[in-house]
Design a protein around this ligand. Structure first.
Ligand code: LLP
Length: 421
């Protein structure tokens, strides 16, 4: 559920009209609802209220400092995947004890940074990484808390580019080799086992693949403990899907997800860690854009907007569906037309929707691309020298720009022209 609704014929974020924001900050812009973020974090926390559980928001979904600060204040932890993300987390107020650090290519410097801070856990993805973590910890005279990411070889369905739990994916260690890996850890003096983790993919709308993977991990926990390894937590990763289309593909509620986990792992006597990203952020944000032109093609019409694939890459990269709503509510019985909603970038793949039945738009109309709070702004770039667009946070009746619009001059100033050119 989210707080983007029509009020007095205009789409609002909580109590603020998107048109009013557009008038003040220009288009395009991302707009987030603080109440929606808060609601989603609390919902997840409540689903596990009777367990020892830590929700570590996967900040890759949306890592704006204002969003992170909001989430840190709700008592959540954070899942990070780079030294940069760890730095963001610390400056937003997350205590190191609530930071987990995932990712397949942790550098010497990043490991050192995590150890200096005393983060909760390194989620290791390979033997060479464990050896490197041990070496850095030895140089610093400390013990590194580690967990190993299991690749359970489970097909979670969905788009191939966001599935991570199959044997052919680069992530984790094959579950059949896990015993040996924990024996390796036990032999390395500067490592300390704290848990086990997995993450099987993203936008998963069925509990079955989760249950299958988690059962496999449950069996591993039992056998690892029998071999003397001190598994204190299971980190179940993220991946719970969100409703991108209004009526289709309604994913399981966190309560159903919690019931499934308690069924398959409830008796293990472990602390639970979760890394939800999309479920927290996706429906907490929209992307507002303006129609520049409406163009008649041969057999299809194009609504050309001022937002491009550099601002939101999900439709073209993952064939992702985002609902598109007019900011001004269409009148009852309005007509629709099948159109492609495209952007200004010089690429055929620059589209937000294809062959979509939408109300009839004209130049200067405002549109909201829904469910754009996760993997939107964070995946944007400046292709075609298009400056990064602003992010706005709404809270009740007030709003603030939480990332300003970049200028073309700022982009140009990043480059250096040597005097010998
Ligand atoms: N934990 C780990 C280790 C991950 O790799 C991810 C996401 C998450 C947690 C959070 O997963 P979530 O709850 O958000 O599904 N850019 C793609 C999604 C990539 C997800 C990468 N890993 C998209 O726009 O769909």
């Amino acid at each position: 559920m989210h707080y983007f609704d029509y009020k007095n014929g205009e789409l609002h974020a909580e109590n603020v009209s998107l048109r009013e924001i557009a008038e003040q900050v220009g288009t395009p812009f991302y707009c987030y609802s603080a109440a929606t973020f808060t609601r989603h974090i609390k919902m997840f926390q409540q689903s596990f209220a009777d367990r020892d559980a830590l929700i570590c928001y996967a900040m890759k979904a949306n890592s704006n400092q204002a969003i992170l600060t909001l989430i840190a204040k709700l008592g959540a932890g954070v899942d990070t995947v780079s030294g940069g993300e760890i730095k963001r987390a610390i400056s937003a107020g997350f205590p190191p004890s609530k930071i987990v650090y995932s990712g397949v290519a942790k550098t010497h410097g990043e490991i050192k940074y995590g150890l200096e801070l005393g983060i909760h856990c390194f989620n290791a993805e390979s033997e060479p990484e464990l050896i490197r973590i041990n070496q850095v910890a030895q140089e610093m005279g400390v013990k590194a808390p580690v967990s190993v990411r299991v690749n359970p070889d489970v097909d979670a369905g969905g788009h191939e580019k966001i599935m991570t739990g199959k044997a052919e994916n680069k992530f984790g260690i094959p579950w059949k080799r896990i015993d040996k890996i924990y024996d390796l850890i036990a032999s390395l003096e500067n490592l300390e086992v704290v848990g086990i983790d997995l993450h099987i993919g993203s936008q998963i709308t069925d509990l079955e693949p989760f249950a299958e993977a988690f059962k496999r991990v449950g069996t591993l926990v039992t056998s690892l403990r029998a071999s003397g390894h001190n598994i204190q937590h299971v980190d179940f990763g993220g991946g719970l899907g969100v409703p991108y289309k209004n009526d289709n593909d309604i994913p399981p509620h966190p309560d159903e997800y919690a019931a499934m986990i308690n069924r398959v792992a409830g008796d293990l006597g472990v602390k639970y860690i979760f890394e939800p990203g999309r479920m927290i952020a996706a429906n907490a944000g929209v992307l507002v854009t303006k129609v520049e032109y409406v163009k008649q093609g041969d057999g299809r019409d194009f609504v050309i907007t001022d937002v491009g694939m550099n601002d939101l890459i999900r439709p073209t990269l993952y064939e992702a569906y985002h609902d598109i709503k007019p900011v001004t509510e269409p009148k009852d019985g309005f007509k629709t037309r099948k159109v492609d909603v495209v952007g200004p970038v010089c690429e055929t793949g620059d589209y937000m929707a294809k062959g979509r039945d939408l109300p009839i738009f004209k130049e200067a109309d405002l549109l909201a691309i829904m469910s754009a709070g996760a993997y939107g702004a964070v995946q944007s770039g400046t292709y075609n020298t298009r400056p990064l667009i602003p992010e706005v946070l709404v809270d009740g009746d007030r709003f603030a720009v939480i990332r300003k619009r970049q200028s073309v001059d700022e982009i140009i100033a990043m480059d250096n022209v040597p005097d010998w050119v």
